[in-house]
Design a protein around this ligand. Structure first.
Ligand code: SIN
Length: 489
């Protein structure tokens, strides 16, 4: 078992192995191991909490709600800004923890920490601007207003691909709105969540406002309690569409408000008038970020036939130069996948595409010599649109190239999926840019860029990706509006 010291943290007290309920670090009769995906080594044992702990955490959040919801917006702003500053000051340790438990490179780990902290800064500024409305009088002698109030206790369920940022994107909004929370981080990546909770306490978040339940063998029961418990008024989830449907089922009994950011299957289109070098840069930024394990990663590349060969050659040259390895090694450009199931899925998509006529331009194999969680960054050419990865998110370092002729054809191909989170295209014709941006059935479009994620852009999808936005506009997801009519004036 590791200790904070041999994980290389400067501030060892950020390494927590227990959950947090009402300001107390709480153990459990058993614990589960968290492993470094780069080498399989155990990073530590974490409390395996259950349903009773979850109920206590929800009660603690409920008891903390009256006082927290009555703090002024300025008080919440100041605490969120302090929390933001603490994340920034501890970026070395927080970035390292992300790399250790998720596998992404240290540069990406620190980048995620900065992205994650940016949500706290953004929502600090939103807290003080959560205005209501004054309504036009409905009759003589009346006046009306609309006020906003915190929705109540919020359940936050997050994935392993962004162990920190997916928490603060929800937590920042909830705290700014005056809500209290119970967080269940992914089993694979609890340490970042626990470090965040510790920094939140240091920033002055009162006890009970943030509670964290770490769990492995009770995962489904804990998630069910977080969605069914009548005290909880709002659920915010990021993860797969399959799990989102299960959680929505649990939440339906009490008609809870939900924000769901589930699977994507992003198209990345390059038209013949595009700047090809820029398109290659954008393709790499979008496809290989976090080793291909983001919901907004390009999943299907569509390249217009006249520039297909040029794009394929340039993309392949860049991907061939990637250095795959342990994310803590400064030479590494891309780290491992989260576990061997993820590797198996990438390989299954590669083999399926090859069986339907695709050819391997780069990669196409497991990298067992580095470790069981590594897969070679891969580019496949002539991928058929009935390949498995066209209907299912790969969530790994696989770029599949498919040729197209016309704008209508490619828009139909791009939209031929049940989910709709992100879509990207490169073009210079302004008419085409407007047409395609409006026709893509997604919640977020990147035009001539592969990077679309920022606190100030509303994040979320349509179709079976889910509903509700995160980031900009999302403080309202954590508030209710109430109209108040005054008569007899
Ligand atoms: C995700 O993969 O769910 C989030 C990606 C992002 O915030 O850019």
């Amino acid at each position: 078992m590791s200790s904070a010291a041999n994980l290389g943290l400067k501030d060892g007290s950020l390494f927590k192995t227990k959950g947090l309920i009402n300001g107390e670090w709480v153990g459990a009769p058993s614990s589960f191991a968290v492993q470094n995906p780069a080498n399989g080594k155990e990073l530590g044992q974490v409390a395996d909490m259950g349903v009773d702990d979850t109920k206590r955490a929800i009660d603690a959040a409920s008891n903390a709600l009256p006082a927290w919801s009555k703090t002024t917006a300025k008080e919440r702003h100041d605490i969120l800004m302090k929390f933001f500053k603490l994340m920034t000051e501890n970026s070395e340790d927080l970035g390292r923890l992300i790399t250790l438990e998720n596998g992404k490179t240290l540069a990406e780990g620190k980048g995620e920490n900065a992205y994650s902290a940016s949500f706290l800064e953004w929502f600090a500024e939103e807290a003080v601007r959560a205005y209501g409305e004054v309504l036009p009088p409905m009759a003589a002698g009346t006046r009306g207003i609309v006020i906003k109030q915190p929705i109540g206790v919020v359940s936050i369920l997050t994935p392993w691909n962004f162990p920190s940022a997916m928490i603060t994107r929800k937590l920042g909004a909830a705290l700014a709105a005056g809500c209290t929370v119970v967080i269940k981080p992914a089993t694979e990546t609890p340490f970042s969540a626990l470090a965040l909770a510790d920094l939140a306490e240091r920033a002055g978040v009162p006890k009970g406002v943030i509670n964290v339940i770490t769990t492995s063998k009770h995962l489904n029961d804990v998630a069910k309690e977080m969605c069914e418990n009548p005290i909880v008024k709002k659920i915010s989830f990021t993860g797969s569409t399959r799990v989102a449907k299960i959680l929505a089922g649990y939440a339906s009994g009490t008609l809870k408000k939900m924000t769901i950011e589930a699977g994507g299957n992003a198209p990345f289109i390059v038209f013949d008038d595009a700047d090809i070098d820029k398109a290659v840069e954008g393709a790499i930024a979008s496809k290989f970020r976090a080793t291909g394990q983001t919901c907004v990663c390009a999943n299907r590349f569509f390249i217009q036939s006249s520039i297909y060969a040029d794009f394929a050659a340039k993309l392949s040259a860049k991907v061939s130069s990637f250095v795959v390895g342990d994310g803590l090694d400064a030479k590494t450009s891309y780290g491992p996948l989260i576990h061997s199931n993820a590797v198996a899925k990438v390989d299954a998509h590669v083999q399926d595409a090859i069986s339907k006529g695709a050819t391997v331009l780069v990669g196409g194999k497991k990298l067992d010599s580095i470790g069981p969680n590594f897969y070679a960054p891969t580019v496949l050419s002539d991928v058929s649109s009935d390949s498995q990865n066209h209907s299912e998110e790969t969530f790994g370092p696989l770029a599949t190239l498919t040729k197209f002729e016309t704008e209508d054809e490619v828009v139909n191909l791009a939209n031929n999926t049940e989910v709709g989170l992100a879509g990207y295209f490169y073009a210079r014709d302004i008419g085409r840019i407007w047409r395609v941006a409006e026709k893509l059935e997604v919640g977020m479009v990147g035009v001539n860029t592969g990077a679309i994620s920022a606190a100030y852009a509303p994040f979320g999808g349509i179709k079976e990706t889910g509903f509700g936005k995160e980031g900009a506009h999302s403080i309202d997801e954590y508030m209710i509006t109430k109209s108040i009519t005054f008569g007899g004036l």
